[in-house]
Design a protein around this ligand. Structure first.
Ligand code: ADP
Ligand code: MG
Length: 255
């Protein structure tokens, strides 16, 4: 089967007055349809740059990005992008914030509106649909931001450290919620995180990047069976610390 996403030999450098910063060097990996890939690596190794390339905010200097067998530049695929900051607008209600992506792309059809209301209900935000973002907790705001992204029916979902602004307990809960939402909807997702435990708790595979410039040092398959197939449950699984030690060892070997 053709992978959902094929990244080949991807390199990128930033150019500024002070010179060139090589951010990524010859990155290659595949993501299968419906797969959840985590990307880990030290700060500054080019994780955010990789996501910006995948969604087309930056143009590769070298290499290719292919989605469903078609070059990204010609692909009709919709890429959803969720960031650390939720970027909800205070002057809009939660419902109208979740509709923002759709509004930017054109009209919000009655079906879209029904879908938004149904997601708000499913994800526990129904009674806040008329509220302002400041009335919601950090975790609820992230869920609203996810609904805004999901409303576009993305083929691939990119998440750039979406939980790192949350306190630890909320972070665990929201990560559990959000990854279940993504899995239930069968989305192909790429989550960037510097938190190794978070990566092990959500991913099917982990892509490990080394720094200066960012390059692939390894890829690790993660498999938990029932009843340990949700993030919070995985953290209690006997294998969790085995994976953690393996990942830590891989990272240290290339330090
Ligand atoms: P990460 O997300 O892994 O922390 P980034 O992708 O943000 O890493 O950055 C990778 C490298 O590129 C870093 O060395 C960073 O300083 C540099 N960089 C990021 N954005 C820019 C920019 N707009 N101009 C110049 N250098 C940048
Ligand atoms: Mg980053």
């Amino acid at each position: 089967m053709t992978p959902k996403l094929q990244v080949r030999n991807l390199s990128y450098s930033y150019h500024s007055h002070s010179g060139e910063t090589k951010a990524l060097s010859h990155i290659s990996f595949d993501v299968a349809d419906g797969e959840f890939l985590a990307v880990v690596g030290p700060s500054g190794c080019g994780k955010s740059t990789l996501l910006s390339l995948l969604c087309g905010l930056l143009t590769p200097e070298e290499g290719s990005i292919v989605i469903d067998g078609i070059d990204r530049r010609d692909s009709p695929a919709v890429i959803g992008y969720m960031l650390q900051k939720d970027h909800l607008f205070e002057w809009r209600s939660i419902l109208s914030n979740t509709a923002l992506g759709l509004e930017i792309h054109g009209n919000v059809s009655p079906d879209d509106k029904k879908d938004l209301l149904s997601m708000l209900k499913t994800y526990g935000l129904e009674q806040f649909s008329a509220s302002r973002p400041s009335e919601l907790s950090g975790g609820m705001r992230q869920r609203a931001a996810l609904i805004r992204t999901m409303a576009l029916k993305p083929d691939i979902l990119l998440l750039d450290e979406p939980f790192s602004a949350l306190d630890y307990q909320t972070r665990l809960e929201v990560c559990d919620d959000i990854s279940s939402i993504i899995r239930t909807r069968g989305k192909t997702a790429i989550l960037v995180t510097h938190d190794l435990s978070e990566a092990i708790s959500v991913a099917d595979r982990i892509l490990i990047l080394g720094s200066r410039p960012g390059h692939v040092t390894g890829i690790m398959k993660i498999q938990f069976n029932q009843p340990y197939d949700r993030p919070l449950a995985r953290r209690n699984a006997p294998d969790f610390s085995v994976y953690f030690n393996q990942l830590w060892k891989e990272i240290k070997e290339h330090d």
